[in-house]
Design a binder for this molecule. Sequence first.
Ligand SMILES: [Zn+2]
Length: 351
Amino acid sequence: MFCLNRHILYVLLDGASDRSIDELGGRTPLQTAETPNLDAMAKDGWTGSTEARTYTHDFLLEFMTGTKERVPRGLVEAFGMGMRPEPGMVAHRLSPARIVDGEVEWLYRVDDAQARLLTQSVRIHLSHLGDDAVCQFYSGGRGVLLCRHHPVNVPAPPSPATLDVESLGPFLDIVEAIALDNKGVTMLPWGGAIMSEEHQLAPVTHLDGMRVISKSPSALGVGSILGLRTELIMDLEQRFVSSLEHIIKGPVLLHVEETDDVSHRRLPWEKVTMLETVDHLMGSIPKDLSVVVLIDHGASCVSGEHIGGTVPFMVHPAPVSGPDCFSETEAGPLPLNSLCDKINCILYSKR
Ligand SMILES: [Zn+2]
């Protein structure tokens, strides 16, 4: 049974944990960054570890519902972008990629000029997928596609993978046409699914009144599928400002995607700097507020891949004293599906 605390600020630091890195003297970015605010919260809070999930939406759905809900990424993001797939329409995620000799190289966050060209190309060739196919794009050339064709056997990013292009079936023509327009760079559909009863989740009453604040359609989509209020804010600092405005009315989930973005750029010191920026913003949170810091998965700022295993979390304040700093730990991992309940009860019981 879930306890209820209406004023918890959940901060999700997407992909913030990492491995030890030679360039950082054998430390992780979290261990390297100067994070006085996160460290002060750790000292005065309860820290532990839980199970990572490869994708943000899988982590959030399991954390928030307490069950292993699996809603395919295309559907989650369609909801996150306010698209409501009609019966029969399949929602796919579209990601920039290059296919060379059957090897897929995902291009994480192409620049604005290339994103514009790819977007234009998709629109020009969209009729290959039928008259009622539609797509919408967001940053980095990523998009959501709705069409009547069913999922193809395309692997999911970010890890490189092999692909037999013939298996693209009805998508082959458009994938090839986009590659021809863009010197070999194309857009691949993945995570496709049709809305069905199994994806219609019951509203989560214990998170009643929660607002999800993010720049990412995957976090916003989870909020939308669960019947929560959502707010798209691109600017990181503004996301903190809005979170503190809304915490008076109810719980807030503040999603920081920048820590994952920077990992995919594979520049360790940039990840350190980003964590310090986030820590500075954490300093704006009133000390008497109940705060939960979560990480959905690790992300290697050396290889650009997501890392499974365990991820640290922190609850502040808590009637125990914690470590001197907030960083990677494997201490007593708690199952993800009971973490929300545990956290709520710890914060509730001390009142
Ligand atoms: Zn990522």
